[in-house]
Unconditional design. Sequence first.
Length: 317
Amino acid sequence: MDKKWIKAKELAKLWGLSSRRVNQLCKENLLPGAYKEGKFWMIPSDVEKPETVRKKKIQTEEMKIQPNFTRPCPVGITSYKEVAKECYYVDKTLLLKNIIDDHSKVFLFTRPRRFGKTLMMDMVRTFFEKSDVNTSQYFENKKIWQEGELYQQYQGKYPVISISLKSMKQKNFTLAFETYKYLIKSEYSRHKDFIFSRNVLDEEEKARYLSFIQVDATETMYNQAIGFLSNCLKKAYQQNVIILIDEYDVPLENAYHEGFYDDMTNLIRSCFESALKTNPSLEFAVLTGCLRVSRESIFTGLNNLKTYSITKNKFSQ
């Protein structure tokens, strides 16, 4: 009988770990038989949980019953689920309440590096995103839950598009655009099974959707990729979509130094216009970055944008 193989994401769900932790176990050769196929680790389905992981689970239980138990500091960890359960975490969940109360369509948060922007974005995604897994467990002992049912009802309610542009730091526009294509492919692939299972797309829309996964869509289609995905998600979920774009300024800053700023500005502006300006499927969007890029360059006509820098009192906590 052939051995069955599973990916790190599947094993992480079975063991109650993060995918990042399972990938690390593979790298440390703690999962016998695991091998890498492309970008993914393939793991025997009957692999046994290492002793180190079992000990960590016992330690986690001890942390619950020992209030003075010292938790590790989450340096370099951007997974909210992992931090909320296993690490020392300064509760920032009231930011979720502020977003809900504000009713703005597009939020832009600018903060210096190492201010926890990516962790914050993962917290937002974990709170709002619909999931087969009950993610309320990561908020039940947090401040947002103490605000009552009015805010609890938003938990796990929305489809979410989550994209980070931090890897778009290539030496020319062609390579940067190629990186963008694969970022889009990853997000389309993440949502494909559910969208196609609902049978809400016509044949032309299906072909267009698959062209992003096959990385052979036209340049014009890529300009509208985020907007089109949000429309597909709304059809499938019958619910408006939340769009999260982390490190939005990285490709722009890099392009400025490498000499192709105009090309990158045109790409980002086109993507933002279809996703954030003229998008009836949008519930709200959150963007983060270190720099405040001028409204005239990429936010032209985006009247629904609110910017919150480190000098603003609102969201400063």
